[in-house]
Design a protein. Structure first.
Length: 426
């Protein structure tokens, strides 16, 4: 009976750990630049910005390890090694997330990327649960069911890591195959910025600071000395008690070279508008700058709008213009917003009446013929659409089909060897 309980406990624990780690690793793999930005946030919070160079390799490594450990646990591959590894991960992450919950150096731990944003305290409670599961798996790893014979371990694990690293590389050089951010293809930006009338607002508790006899004291709205003239008002400090509704897009705005906010003008334009996004021009890839210039010429010839949104300094803008021969106008926007809009520096968006028609990375910029075809199809009501279910299905088949092939191959070998042993005994 005790062995049955152990078996049930370890199987439930390894499935929970496997699913959570696969999901966590996958959403990081499809957005490796997002992982880079989050790791840089950690480096900044801990005053380790000199390590920013390692942010991108660490983003790839984190996604691969989480996905690989999760998949191996589900398949029962290298049970001892992965049970030790998952326990070590949770022993490090659990106290770290406790510190994050208490000190709050970053508002979002980034454990599930942009796919599922949870608070630091929720992350800590989640990790407590996963730590218990990891301890169970570590103690009774021999009870885990093995889908593969030992001979199939290496090539199966190798394929898992090749697959997830391949996904990360593809999404790094192009764009995330699944976009979890609010600026997806098909999204109408103005509508995503609206706040419903029935939405809850932020609730604040205000502290009032008064001084008397060269000393200060904090009061609430209920007990401040409103009738005592010996007290002098100094300051009021709002404390957020309850967060209200926040629209998916709440920080999209930009100003032109004169300092005028032209956001509404651009988003309400009934025609097409190109937005080149380059959060830092001094870090931007200029290898395909001619394609951007061609897109600007195409927009100008067809009387479409074209704006470059950047957080770069005037000197960096002048350097970019000098190196690329750019003639398009530059606008200023928030750095974080720009990095959220598109995971490419630079990247290109095509919008119409505030709706994102399509977006391209710097490594896959369209030529004039492709732009003309896209606009013709959009005018006919055939704008690009995104089918995340189809994408996930295709990726799942790419991952699973070779694993099934390896399973059948090694199962056949084991059966053949067993048959030979039985024949020799006879």
């Amino acid at each position: 009976m005790e062995k049955t309980y152990k078996k049930i406990a370890v199987e439930i624990s390894r499935v929970i750990l496997g699913v959570v780690f696969i999901f966590s690793g996958f959403v990081k793999a499809v957005d490796p630049l997002g992982g880079t930005y989050k790791i840089q946030d950690y480096f900044s919070a801990f005053e380790l910005t000199n390590l920013n160079f390692w942010a991108t390799p660490l983003s790839f490594l984190q996604a691969a390890v989480e996905f690989g450990v999760g998949a191996c646990l589900l398949l029962g591959i290298y049970r001892r090694f992965n049970s030790v590894l998952v326990l070590m991960i949770m022993l490090v992450m659990t106290p770290l997330t406790l510190y994050l919950a208490i000190a709050n150096p970053v508002t979002d731990c980034g454990c599930f990327g942009d796919a599922l944003v949870i608070t630091n305290w929720q992350t800590f409670y989640k990790n407590i649960f996963l730590l218990i599961a990891a301890i169970i798996v570590f103690m009774w790893y021999r009870s885990m069911y093995r889908l593969f014979a030992r001979r199939g371990y290496f090539y199966t694990a190798l394929w898992i890591y090749i697959f997830i690293i391949g996904v990360s590389l593809y999404c790094f050089y192009y764009l995330p195959v699944i976009d979890f951010r609010p600026y997806k293809i098909g999204v109408n930006i103005p509508q995503s910025m609206e706040i419903p009338e029935s939405a809850e607002h932020d609730v604040y508790d205000v502290s009032l600071i008064y001084s008397k006899n060269n000393s200060q004291k904090e009061f609430t709205l209920q007990n401040y000395p409103k009738d005592d003239t010996t007290w002098t008002f100094v300051n009021s400090i709002p404390h957020l008690v309850k967060k209200g509704y926040e629209p998916p897009i709440h920080d999209f705005s930009f100003t032109d070279s004169t300092g005028s906010d032209i956001t509404e003008e651009v988003l309400s334009n009934p025609s097409y508008t190109f937005l080149m996004i380059a959060h830092k021009l001094n870090e931007a890839r200029d290898i395909n700058a001619n394609r951007i210039n061609d897109a600007y010429d195409f927009a100008k010839a067809n009387k479409y709008g074209f704006y470059t949104l950047t957080s770069s300094s005037p000197d960096e803008i002048r350097d970019w213009v000098g190196n690329t021969g750019a003639e398009y106008p530059f606008c200023t926007a928030d750095d974080i917003t720009l990095k959220t809009i598109i995971r490419s520096n630079p990247g290109l968006l095509l919008i119409k009446e505030g709706t994102i028609i399509d977006k391209w990375s710097s490594t896959r910029l369209p030529d004039t013929n492709q732009l003309k075809q896209l606009i013709d199809e959009t005018n006919k009501g055939k704008a690009p659409t995104v089918n995340n279910f189809r994408t996930v299905l295709i990726l799942a088949l790419i991952l699973v089909i070779p694993i099934i092939g390896l399973y059948l191959r090694y199962r056949k070998k084991v059966a053949k060897k067993s048959k030979q042993r039985n024949s020799n005994r006879a």
